[in-house]
Design a binder for this molecule. Structure first.
Ligand SMILES: CC(C)(COP(=O)(O)OP(=O)(O)OC[C@H]1O[C@@H](n2cnc3c(N)ncnc32)[C@H](O)[C@@H]1OP(=O)(O)O)[C@@H](O)C(=O)NCCC(=O)NCCS
Length: 283
């Protein structure tokens, strides 16, 4: 996420429309389209360098989702894998006024540029209570290790008042519909790969968290397994969320500057009305 945040910041400097007015709608759409492609490429290139592999040029005959998997993994993904990844990008693309989208809108409401809005959003998405949860969900699954240990693991975690990453949502209190769609893809991919170990571990964890806390899985719970099945390193999970959400962030930023008013909330002071201030010699 640090690399992606810096990459978007640098890309602003080289953007063909960098001198356009902040509210130039057509220029902002062009910037958004470029960024969606550039962010995917930056993540793929960085991953190849990190893992000591040679860079792979994009294949213009592939779609955005398949091309990303190709540039990271070096082989053209199966149709099921491409469809599953494409669906995860669509499901991650936009989700109303979550923390990162709000950060992006606040930033461009000052009439700063689109790239600055996306940089702010990436910073907000990085946190484990927002985008970072899919990485934590994978670590959780690895930590549990076997289906037999799942229920006891959940009990121990809840007894320690820990948050189970990939469960609960500020808006969806009765289940995240995105999670159900990706769960079906997880099952399909596990079948294709001939290894359902992680599905068998995830299932009892889901049942235990629902039973003990009434919390349903959110989108990050199945996406962690999905990306593992695609051979993607866990460090890519949140950047992938960012490359998908770039479409939604950009759409929000464009909407904001098209009808702009500076966002400036007030803080309400709720402390004591009168407080004494001791003179300097008494402090
Ligand atoms: C997403 C999240 C921040 C939304 O929570 P929220 O609406 O702000 O709810 P709160 O943080 O106020 O939590 C309400 C209660 O549910 C509990 N809770 C919420 N999510 C929980 C989780 N994942 N595991 C365990 N307990 C959880 C809280 O501890 C709290 O319990 P309490 O009332 O006994 O203190 C929260 O569910 C969470 O931290 N989930 C894990 C991180 C995650 O998966 N994020 C991705 C979101 S798409």
């Amino acid at each position: 996420m640090d690399v992606l945040r810096t990459a978007v910041s640098v890309l602003a400097h080289f953007d063909a429309d960098r001198c356009a007015a902040p509210a130039d709608h057509a220029a902002n759409v062009r910037k958004a389209e470029r960024l969606i492609a550039q962010m995917a490429t930056a993540i793929a290139v960085r991953e190849r360098i990190r893992s000591g592999k040679s860079l792979i040029a994009p294949d213009p005959t592939l779609g955005h989702a398949a091309n990303f998997l190709f540039m990271v993994g070096g082989s053209v993904p199966s149709p099921v894998m491409s469809r599953a990844f494409d669906s995860s990008l669509v499901l991650y693309a936009e989700h109303e006024l979550n923390a990162s989208t709000f950060s992006a809108r606040v930033t461009v409401s000052t009439l700063s540029d689109l790239h600055s809005g996306i940089v702010a959003a990436i910073g907000a998405l990085k946190g484990p209570l927002h985008g970072g949860a899919n990485e934590e969900a994978w670590r959780l699954l690895e930590g549990v290790g076997t289906p037999e240990d799942a229920t006891a693991w959940v009990d121990r975690a809840l007894a320690r008042h820990e948050r189970i990453m990939g469960f609960g949502h500020r808006v969806y209190k009765h289940g995240d519909p995105r999670a159900a769609i990706l769960k079906a893809y997880c099952a399909e991919l596990a079948r294709e790969l001939g290894d359902d170990r992680w599905e068998r571990i995830a299932e009892p964890i889901e049942r235990a968290v629902v039973a003990r806390k009434g919390l349903s899985p959110n989108v990050d719970w199945p996406s962690a397994r999905l990306y593992h099945y695609m051979g993607l390193d866990v460090g890519l999970y949140t950047p992938i969320f960012a490359m998908a959400r770039a479409a939604g962030w950009a759409a929000h930023c464009i909407e904001q500057v098209d009808h702009n008013r500076l966002m400036r909330p007030r803080g309400r002071y709720i402390g004591p009305v009168h407080r004494g201030v001791p003179s300097i010699d008494l402090r």
